[in-house]
Design a binder for this molecule. Sequence first.
Ligand code: MSP
Length: 501
Amino acid sequence: MSKRFYITTAIDYVNGQPHLGHAYEKIIADVIARARRSLGQEVFFLTGLDEHGQKVQQAAQAEKKNPQDYCDALAVDWQNFAKKLELTNDDFVRTTQPRHKEFVQATLTKLNEAGHFYQASYTGYYSAKEETFLTEKDRLPDGKFDPSYGEVVELKEDNYYFKLGAQQQWLIDYIEANPDFISPSYRRNEVLGFLKNNTLEDLCISRPLARLNWGIPLPFDQEFVTYVWFDALVNYTSIAHAHPELGLWPADIHIIGKDIVKFHAVYWPIMLKAMGLPLPKQILVHGFWQKDGARISKSTGNVVDPVAIINEWGVDAFRFYVLRELDIGPDGNWTEAGFRSRYQAELGNGLGNLVNRSLSMLKRYRNGVVPARSNELAADAAKAADETRALFQQSQLQSALQSIWGLVNRANKYVDETAPFKLAKDPAQAQRLDEVLYNLAESCRVLAVLLNPFLPGTSAKIYAQLGLTGLPDKLAEATWGGLPAGHTIGEPAPLFPRKEV
Ligand code: MSP
């Protein structure tokens, strides 16, 4: 049996409520997970929360709560959010869980004993907002630091450092030898450019208790807690370790946003090599959403509330829009008009109308009984299924949707060309009407199978309206001819009701 396909998302900071960017990343991961299951692979999908560090500590302080209580309360919201998005995650990590903390400490002990760390004192300019020391390179031409760093203060600290110097060349060689390791390729080129043109500075992996106490204590020095990024990255392996029977590591795909590439494509591989573990097969980097052409920001009120959208339009419409609108890689722009337009054109008038008129006509003209097999749309369906299969294997979700809509549009055009409502009026055309009705109903069945990873609820509804039992969750069933003659379908009902503006 092949190894389980292990896919992860970034773990989100619990310093507020989830927004569009978080939702988008988790939906990408969920669709890839469902697509792999549909291909017949065993999958383990991990998502969760990053609960330590300054950002979370400050957010808890602002609400006058102790950080653990603060995280416990918010974690409930985030787990409900995962359900709202209909994620099929197999586990949900919280970095304050003992299973994670113990693994982080064991990792630190091992690396310390192997001589990867040293202690040193450092004086520099520190941005509390970004939780990082800034360097001369971070200064603007006028000598100041960008306001986005917030208040910057001079600070002297003793800390523990992870030696990175000797690691640069093998990592460059590895990235060059493994073109799919970082995707898309322009992100890979950025990482290579960074590694070739800079000398890696050793990574500070501790924070003195005096500055930050919300973290995992260093096992070899109780005066320090672990740097939040060291703690957070290790989640991918601590949870693999928590399911030893599944043999999860190495991960197949880490899904992350473009702002955290350096942590995943530079520090994480070096950490793994020091831990004696193989590298993940791929780091898949998505872009950032804006709203109405501007940065999403709580302080300016420029936000998209995924829960409100889902409550109004349904989770499938939300999942569809984010993946159809934006390919994995570039940045995207959410507009209300764009969302409504895709809802109406592609879901309502496209898929919804096809299924509804196909099944309604079968009901009306043939009492819901499927006629003998006909193969007029078989080649179109096979094309969509073959393309979808290949695109799923490449995690090319936007292209897969385009390919599937190739079949939606072909079948809708077929209704217009064959005009079954006219055929129904002419008894001499009964056989022709049988053929048309079969092709339409069978196209709907194939579409339910292809769409399942993207629109699980809609896909299940199409299956139920076709009177089929079970779920359309195996791509192998997208083969033409699955609807048997003589089968009676269920009740047609609109999938994407029209919304009055
Ligand atoms: N806690 C770290 C990740 C640790 S992974 C070991 C973190 N958390 S975050 O909450 O700030 O971001 C979580 C994910 O959401 C990141 O992959 C980030 O890129 C993504 N996004 C945050 N805002 C986004 C948009 N506006 N658009 C798309 N994705 C965005 O970073």
